[in-house]
Write a protein that binds this ligand. Structure first.
Ligand code: ATP
Ligand code: MG
Ligand code: MG
Ligand code: MG
Length: 354
């Protein structure tokens, strides 16, 4: 008998559209040999307002690629929709959550699936939430001895409700980090809410804007570096892929550059000295272990060519998974084709649960 795979996509996040594209690629892979003999795929779509849609509606969203419009969910009666799962959800043998960003990559869905007592692909609650929160993530990496850029943490209340603290805060950022620096909401992805700033006026505007996305912010010293990424696959004996590089023609790797066709190029493998590539792989596995990740993660680094330093930027526990995304491309180049990758991820989910 076939295993029923619940492909969970969409989600209450700014990365909703990307999730639809990732899910479409995974659904295709589940319909590619040898997977159809092993798995039956049932898609479930989470609307931007949080409502779950059954496989028939989910399938039409997968095919059209167009999100369903949201409805008001603020009142207690409409909120009950949020935990009324389609009946078929009770028949899933293994979940494949492919939700990016908040409410999907951050441990919230993982907690729900954990309570359902059904195996699921990818990291558990702890790794997901630590990986999503850039402040917690950096603490875990620092504890593991991984080199990172200099940074400061900021609370929304310092930016918004305390006019006396604010100028002092900006002075401190200028003195500690200088320009350019990057202002980021602690808990997001796809560069949403991130700004590169070069002056006091830009810093103030960026802090104000980032504070509207998250209660906690992080400000990092900007580095001039090449951006290299490594994919990790597995559980306790996880493996690192070959290393890839991203290049682009914009100020930094922002949302538009990430998702506009032709704006960024992936180079696989990255043209790096062998020792640097090997170091990136080792650091990727250390970062994976440092947050207790499982199944998959893409770990991103800054390679400062002038000094030879490799600094860890971040871990993404549910990285972009479209046919052209870095994660599956790195594995394809390392000898694991897309349908095999999806199969292995499901097998690692079962292994972890057993
Ligand atoms: P993802 O979509 O990979 O989850 P994200 O939203 O978590 O991304 P980051 O990876 O932290 O965001 O930053 C986005 C981009 O901003 C980086 O890929 C890089 O181009 C640029 N960037 C971020 N921080 C720095 C820094 N400290 N120095 C130089 N460039 C930076
Ligand atoms: Mg990220
Ligand atoms: Mg991300
Ligand atoms: Mg990133």
């Amino acid at each position: 008998t076939k295993l029923r795979v619940g492909l969970l996509f969409g989600g209450c996040s700014g990365e909703h559209e990307v999730s639809i594209r990732s899910a479409r690629a995974i659904a295709n892979a589940l319909n590619t040999d040898p997977n159809p003999s092993k798995y039956e795929v049932l898609p479930f779509y989470i609307q931007k307002d949080g409502r779950w849609q059954s496989p028939d509606i989910a399938q039409s969203v997968l095919e059209s690629g167009v999100p369903l419009p949201s409805e008001e969910t603020g009142s207690p009666t409409t909120r009950t929709h949020l935990w009324q799962f389609p009946p078929l959800a009770a028949e899933i043998d293994v979940w494949f959550p492919i939700l990016h960003g908040p409410n999907g990559e951050d441990g919230t869905i993982q907690g729900l699936l954990q309570l359902m007592q059904v195996p699921y692909v990818g990291s558990g609650v702890l790794a997901s939430s630590v990986g999503m929160d850039k402040i917690a993530m950096k603490s875990a990496f620092a504890q593991a001895g991984l080199a990172q850029v200099k940074y400061m943490t900021v609370n929304r209340s310092q930016v918004w409700s305390n006019p006396c603290v604010y100028p002092k805060l900006c002075d401190e950022i200028e003195a500690t980090l200088g320009y350019p620096c990057f202002v980021k909401p602690a808990n997001l992805g796809s560069s949403v809410g991130i700004a590169k700033v070069r002056s006091r006026a830009q810093l103030e505007a960026a802090l104000d804007s980032a504070a509207s996305y998250d209660r906690r912010l992080i400000v990092e010293a900007g580095v001039v570096a090449r951006e290299v990424e490594c994919a990790v696959l597995g559980n306790d004996q996880a493996q690192a892929s070959i290393v890839g590089e991203i290049t682009y023609n914009s100020d930094f790797y922002d949302y538009e550059t990430k998702y506009t066709e032709g704006r960024a190029d992936l180079h696989i493998p990255a043209l790096l000295p062998e020792a640097i590539a090997a170091q990136v792989q080792t650091l990727a596995l250390q970062a994976f272990a440092a947050v207790d990740a499982a199944g998959l993660a893409r770990i991103d680094f800054f390679y400062v060519e002038s000094t030879g330093e490799v600094l860890i930027n971040e871990i993404n526990t549910l990285p972009g998974f479209t046919a052209t995304s870095m994660y599956p491309q790195l594995w394809a180049a390392s000898g694991v084709a897309f349908p095999t990758l999806v199969d292995q991820l499901i097998q690692f989910a079962l292994e972890r649960h057993s």
